[in-house]
Design a protein around this ligand. Structure first.
Ligand SMILES: [Zn+2]
Length: 163
C-alpha cells in the first residue's frame, strides 16, 4: 500500500466539501475565465446576496459547488481579503454530520469562532441550507466554514417559520 492509499484509509468520512468560495474582484471576469478555461456552463447565473452585500456566481464541477464572491461594499468581507492576500480561495465549507461536535473538536484545539457578518452571530446558526458556523482560524491560508445540512423536516421548518 502506498502513501496515497493509506491517506485514503485515514480519512474521516463524516466531513465532506460542501462548497469552495473564491474571493474575486469581479464575478463577471472570474466567471468568464472559468467558462473559457474549464468549460463551466454558459447558463451559470449571477445572484446578489442582499444581507451579505455580495455578488455571487455558483456552479458545480463534478458535484462540488464553487462560489465566486465579490463584495459590493468597500469594506466587505471579500474586498478586505483581496486587499490582504489578493484574489484566491477564500474558504472551504465543510459539510459535517454534527456541527456541535465539529466546533467542540476545533475548540479543544484552541479554535475561536468568527462572527457571521451577514447575521451578526457567532457559532452555529440557521442559514437557508443548514446550520453554519465560521472559525476565526485558517488552515493553509483558507477560512473554515462548517455546515450541517438540514434534514427534510428542518428544511420545511426553516422555510415556514425559521429555526
Ligand atoms: Zn449567518
Amino acid at each position: 500500500m502506498d502513501y496515497r492509499e493509506r491517506a485514503k484509509l485515514n480519512q474521516d468520512k463524516s466531513i465532506r466539501i460542501k462548497h469552495m468560495a473564491f474571493a474575486v474582484k469581479s464575478v463577471d471576469n472570474a466567471l468568464l475565465n472559468f467558462q473559457s478555461l474549464l468549460s463551466v456552463s454558459e447558463k451559470t447565473e449571477k445572484v446578489i446576496w442582499e444581507k451579505a452585500e455580495t455578488k455571487v456566481a455558483i456552479f458545480y464541477i463534478n458535484d462540488i459547488e464553487f462560489q465566486l464572491c465579490e463584495s459590493l461594499n468597500k469594506d466587505g468581507r471579500f474586498t478586505n481579503w483581496i486587499e490582504k492576500y489578493g484574489e484566491g480561495l477564500h474558504h472551504i465549507c465543510y459539510e459535517v454530520d454534527d456541527i456541535k461536535k465539529s466546533i467542540d473538536h476545533a475548540k479543544k484545539h484552541n479554535a475561536k469562532l468568527r462572527i457571521c457578518e451577514a447575521c451578526n452571530v457567532y457559532g452555529s446558526h440557521a442559514h437557508p441550507e443548514g446550520f453554519v458556523a465560521f472559525l476565526d482560524d485558517e488552515v493553509a491560508g483558507t477560512e473554515i466554514e462548517f455546515m450541517q445540512v438540514y434534514s427534510e423536516n428542518e428544511l420545511k421548518k426553516y422555510n415556514i417559520t425559521g429555526i
